[in-house]
Structures are given as structure tokens and as C-alpha cells.
Ligand binder design. Structure first.
Ligand code: GTP
Ligand code: MG
Length: 323
């Protein structure tokens, strides 16, 4: 049985409603990859993480792990699963240029002791791809697995490396949607043996609930223009009809790092929009970030209490400020 060259799923022609369907098994792409590549849309694939975690658990000790995380939110929830990793922080292009790479590198190294090396890259800008390739060369005799959360940018990075070091366009399917890659893909890049893997799904990330327009909006393709708002007492902010943030503080300044496509508006606390849908509450202390998975983060200078309302339960957490 052959695999789809776009997402790694096993091809089948018997059930149109199951993953890997193709009209003709001599095709190299499944129907879903064909649609994403030609029309930019996606059939949402709902997978349980146990399938993906099984793939990760089966990676042998003699293989090398490249853990890819997006700098939009820097989710490292699954980093502890691995004994030793090369951490690749991608989508550098979305963070302001003024932020020093060194600062981010120190931030992650301080919090994790299984990191062998950290490299900051951007597939879009081809930033530091040579450094990554040259560092990986010493593992030319091993299989190098690219792992991480879904949508972190693994496949885009591998395709960009194929272009740079093999001189032709990579075939791997990339998309704004979660769970694009469905199986393990083997790619020979220059002297490297790279394996692309399906990303781990964060079950309650907002990205799982968004429609086409929504996923396009939250996936930042450009440098973020941070928005700073002075807050005092109680009030509310609306992020593009997706998230309502009510705050309570003596006085603070908050900076939102979100895709520029998301509209941010101060609203009256009595405005009923999204009021009391799914509610979560966070106390964010001085110099901490509130991270909204797959959307971005809010830096808080002085303690604030937030009540967040959205259409669904969404994954958020507090961390020490990144920048
Ligand atoms: N701004 C920016 N966006 C990127 C970059 N690399 C990838 N993306 C975007 O991130 C989204 C996810 O990219 P993929 O490469 O499909 O992510 P993945 O990690 O392979 O996802 P799964 O296969 O679902 O695990 C797409 O919308 C990409 O365009 C980058 O360097 N900069
Ligand atoms: Mg992928």
C-alpha cells in the first residue's frame, strides 16, 4: 500500500469518508491533499492524539529529535516527553525584529534541561536555515524526526529545506488547519534523512473551532504590530468577535501580540458581545504573559485579573514574560 506524498497517510480507494481516500490508488496524493494544494481548503480531519503519540513513542533512542515550536505562542507542553532534543523555534518573522534571539534562547534554556541546542528560524524568510542544516549534518547517519504541536510549521520548514538543499520544490502539504500531516514522511534533504510527523493536537485550542476565515486570521503571516493598552479599574476588550477579555486591575499596561488581521477594540463592560459564553478566569501577575494557544499572547506589566469569554472553551495559560 502506498502513502500520500503530501501527508503520509496510507492511500485507499474503498471509503470516500475515511482518511487517505483517492479515486485511483495509482495517484500519489489523497483527495484531501489534492483539495488543499489546489483550492487551499481543507476537509477537517479529527484524529485522536493516541495515534500521534504512538508514532512519537516508537521513535528509537538512536534517532535524533528536532522539536519544532512556533514563536507565535511557543508551546512547549510536550517537550518533556523527550530525553534530548534540538529545539527549533520557527516563525521568527512574526515577532518584532527588535526582540533579541539571544533573549528567547536564554528563556527556553532556563526552563528545560533536555535541550541540547536551540535554533531560531523562519521558513518564510529562510532565516537561519543554513545554521540548522549545518548543525544537523553531524547526524547524517541517523534518522532525524521533526516533531511538535500541530500547526507549528514543521512541514513548511522541511519543504523550505528541500528547496534550498535539493533545488526542487517539496511535495509536503502545508496548511492553516490543524492535523495537516497524517503519517510519517521520509525526506532525503542533501545528506540528511528527515522524517516529518503529524503534529500533536491541543484539543481545546481555538483553532479547532474556527472556520476558514478564522484560521486564516489567526495564522500570522507577517511581523506582528504589538498593541499596547493602558488599563485601569474594570473594562473589556474584544478580539475580533472571537474572544472577550474583561479586566480588573488597579492600573496596568498590557501589550497584545496577535496577528495584525485580528481587530482589537475596547468595548463597554455592559456590551453583551460574547458575554458569559465559555468563561475562564486568570490572575496574571506583574511581568507575565497570558498565552492564547494558536492566537498569540498578552504581556501584562502590573497584576490584572482577567475573565475571558469565547464561544468555546479555549486553551490559555500564564507564563513568565517572553519579551
Ligand atoms: N509566519 C510564518 N508562518 C509559517 C511559517 N512556517 C509555517 N507557517 C504557517 O504555519 C501554518 C502551519 O504550517 P505547517 O507547515 O502545515 O505546520 P505543521 O507543523 O506541519 O502542521 P501539522 O502537519 O498539522 O502538524 C501554515 O499556515 C503555514 O503557512 C513561518 O516561517 N512563518
Ligand atoms: Mg505537517
Amino acid at each position: 500500500m502506498s502513502k500520500c506524498i503530501g501527508c503520509g497517510v496510507e492511500l485507499q480507494s474503498s471509503n470516500k469518508y475515511k482518511d487517505g481516500y483517492t479515486e485511483d490508488e495509482s495517484f500519489v496524493l489523497c483527495e484531501r491533499c489534492f483539495i488543499i494544494k489546489n483550492y487551499g481548503q481543507s476537509k477537517v480531519v479529527k484524529k485522536t492524539n493516541s495515534d500521534y503519540l504512538k508514532i512519537i513513542d516508537n521513535i528509537g533512542d538512536d534517532n535524533v529529535i528536532v522539536y519544532v515550536s512556533s514563536l507565535l505562542t511557543l508551546n512547549l507542553d510536550y517537550l518533556d516527553k523527550f530525553k534530548k532534543v534540538i529545539l527549533v523555534l520557527t516563525k521568527r518573522d512574526v515577532l518584532p525584529k527588535s526582540v533579541k534571539d539571544e533573549k528567547i534562547i536564554n528563556y527556553v534554556k532556563k526552563n528545560y534541561n533536555n535541550i541540547d541546542d536551540v535554533i531560531i528560524v523562519s521558513a518564510y524568510k529562510k532565516y537561519n536555515l543554513d545554521i540548522l542544516y549545518n548543525k544537523l549534518l553531524k547526524y547524517r547517519d541517523n534518522d532525524i524526526y521533526f516533531v511538535g504541536i500541530t500547526n507549528s510549521g514543521k512541514s513548511t520548514l522541511i519543504n523550505e529545506m528541500i528547496k534550498s538543499y535539493n533545488g526542487y520544490k517539496g511535495n509536503i502539504t502545508m496548511s492553516n488547519y490543524p492535523s495537516t500531516t497524517l503519517g510519517v514522511l521520509d525526506e532525503k534533504i542533501g545528506e540528511l534523512n528527515i522524517k516529518d510527523t503529524p503534529g500533536i493536537v491541543i484539543n481545546n485550542s481555538i483553532i479547532n473551532y474556527l472556520d476558514d476565515k478564522g484560521v486564516k486570521k489567526v495564522n500570522s503571516k507577517k511581523e506582528i504590530k504589538p498593541i499596547t493598552i493602558q488599563i485601569k479599574g474594570t473594562g473589556a476588550i474584544l478580539i475580533d468577535e472571537l474572544i472577550r477579555i474583561e479586566y480588573e486591575t488597579i492600573e496596568s499596561s498590557i501589550t497584545l501580540y496577535l496577528s495584525n488581521n485580528l481587530k482589537v477594540n475596547n468595548i463597554n463592560i455592559n456590551n453583551p458581545r460574547l458575554l458569559d459564553k465559555y468563561v475562564s478566569r486568570f490572575i496574571v501577575n506583574d511581568n507575565h504573559d497570558l498565552v492564547i494557544e494558536d492566537v498569540g499572547f498578552i504581556k501584562v506589566t502590573k497584576q490584572a485579573i482577567f475573565k475571558i469569554c469565547a464561544e468555546n472553551d479555549i486553551y490559555m495559560y500564564v507564563r513568565n514574560k517572553l519579551i
